[in-house]
Design a protein around this ligand. Structure first.
Ligand SMILES: Cc1cc2nc3c(=O)[nH]c(=O)nc-3n(C[C@H](O)[C@H](O)[C@H](O)COP(=O)(O)OP(=O)(O)OC[C@H]3O[C@@H](n4cnc5c(N)ncnc54)[C@H](O)[C@@H]3O)c2cc1C
Length: 410
């Protein structure tokens, strides 16, 4: 078959964690799947590169965990430094009775993670087209999506599909072409991400340092490197005109708890900038199309949520994709897509609320200082919260009024 008249049941746009997971799970469900990504892998992605303990469950199911654990750093929990100096220390192994698929999170370079996952999709029979950028969608007179036009260095071709899955990240072209994209007004933050060698005192806990002018995460990742991810309000990003490297170094050295730890450190990768990131699609579907991963929604990197949400989103969509592809009528097709939207709300709804609460505290120093004072004395509650960010403690546990009152110190 020539590339001009290629036909598949499912075209997945984007080969990041969301796209690979969606493609792998759809292929396991018996669907004929093709992934198109504009990049050539391995490719970098600005990210703090933490995968939660429960994320390992899906990596294991996809047959990727062993290869990734061999090249990842292990993280036993998190320590959050509030602007007041109080510290929230939470570990994944704790007395609350919940247990993740693994007792540790992973710190793994995205060049490695995303390449391994895309290879697992290939291994499951998915056709992968790299350096194939989706520029436009094919739609019928009824508005239903029927495929996409892909541009490669050698020219353009079309892929016709019963279903197009938009897993193409924050500025999803699928979401924009279908008028589903909606950027959130708050928080408006931008990020700079890089890797250093020889940062002093970075241990098995991921670190978050929250200040009045942004926050920075430090965590060990693959190859003995430390991932440094700085997030600042967009209103303060004007200083980046001097260059992102200079801005980052100046920011780190302006904070006495951080600067000295970088005295002998060497930056080993370029500083990558991204943002603003908060967005949520009006709905994660359109006749003939579904959205997943960041293309469907992303809030803020603070809780290290996105990779798990991308993997889990791909896992949960397969059954609905199968129903939508095999639907005997447009009405039944749309029913399957609505059911997909409902399932996403059930699975992710509690987590979205917790993320918003944390996002609010991170942007409002008095609230975070208060929470940090309470949590520094209530280690069990800190462990519980870290378990929610680790995706193995249900969000509903911390959203109970009794727990919220405990958080407020009442
Ligand atoms: C600063 C920062 C730190 C973060 N830290 C963490 C963390 O520690 N842990 C965590 O879990 N999450 C973290 N996240 C979130 C995480 O990076 C994302 O949620 C995750 O990458 C989402 O995966 P995805 O597959 O949806 O999108 P992506 O990983 O962005 O993949 C999208 C893919 O689509 C491709 N693509 C885009 N447009 C097109 C097109 N038109 N045609 C074809 N291909 C296209 C891209 O090349 C890319 O490969 C962080 C995010 C930021 C911004």
């Amino acid at each position: 078959m020539s590339r001009d008249d290629m036909r598949v049941q499912v075209l997945v746009v984007g080969g990041g964690p969301a796209g690979s997971s969606a493609a792998w799970h759809c292929a396991q469900a018996g669907l004929d799947v093709c992934v198109a990504d504009r990049a050539r892998f391995p490719r970098a992605k600005p990210c703090a590169e933490y995968v939660s303990p429960e994320g390992s469950r899906i990596l294991h199911a996809m047959g990727a965990l062993e290869a990734l654990e061999a090249r990842a750093a292990q993280l036993s929990g998190m320590v959050v430094h509030a602007p007041s100096g109080d510290r929230i220390h939470g570990e994944f192994v704790a007395r609350h009775g919940f247990r993740g698929f693994r007792d540790r999170g992973l710190g793994v370079r995205r060049e490695i993670l995303d390449t391994v996952l895309l290879d697992r999709a290939r291994h499951a029979g998915v056709r992968v087209h790299e350096q194939a950028k989706v520029e436009s969608l094919l739609t019928g007179t009824d508005g239903r999506v029927h495929g996409a036009v892909l541009r490669t260095p050698d020219g353009a071709y079309t892929v016709r599909a019963d279903l197009v899955i938009g897993a193409d990240g924050l500025r999803s072209v699928v979401s924009r072409r279908l008028d589903l994209a909606r950027a959130a007004r708050v928080p408006r933050r931008v990020a700079l991400v890089t890797h250093y060698r020889d940062v002093e005192g970075v241990g098995a806990l991921g670190e978050m340092h929250v200040t009045r002018n942004g926050y920075v995460g430090l965590a060990r990742v693959s190859d003995g490197l430390v991932n440094v991810a700085l997030v600042v309000p967009k209103s303060r990003a004007g200083g980046m005109r001097e260059g992102t490297e200079a801005f980052l170094e100046r920011w780190l050295h302006a904070h006495p708890q951080l600067g000295p730890r970088f005295a002998n450190a060497t930056r080993v990768t370029p500083v990558r900038a991204t943002g603003p990131f908060a967005s949520r699609a009006k709905r994660p579907w359109h006749p003939g199309a579904m959205l997943t991963g960041d293309a469907a929604d992303f809030f803020d990197p603070f809780t290290g949520e996105g990779i798990y949400a991308a993997l889990r989103g791909g896992e949960l969509l397969a059954e609905f994709a199968q129903a939508a592809v095999g639907a005997p009528s447009l009405e039944r097709h749309v029913q399957a897509l609505r059911a997909y939207e409902g399932e996403r709300k059930t699975v992710f709804g509690g987590k979205w609320r917790v993320e918003q609460l944390i996002g609010l505290a991170v942007g409002w120093a008095p609230l975070l200082n208060h929470a940090a004072r309470v949590l520094s004395r209530d280690r069990d509650l800190a462990d519980l919260l870290i378990g929610v960010t680790g995706d193995f403690v249900p969000a509903s546990v911390v959203l109970r009024p009794r727990t919220l009152l405990r958080l407020l110190g009442a």
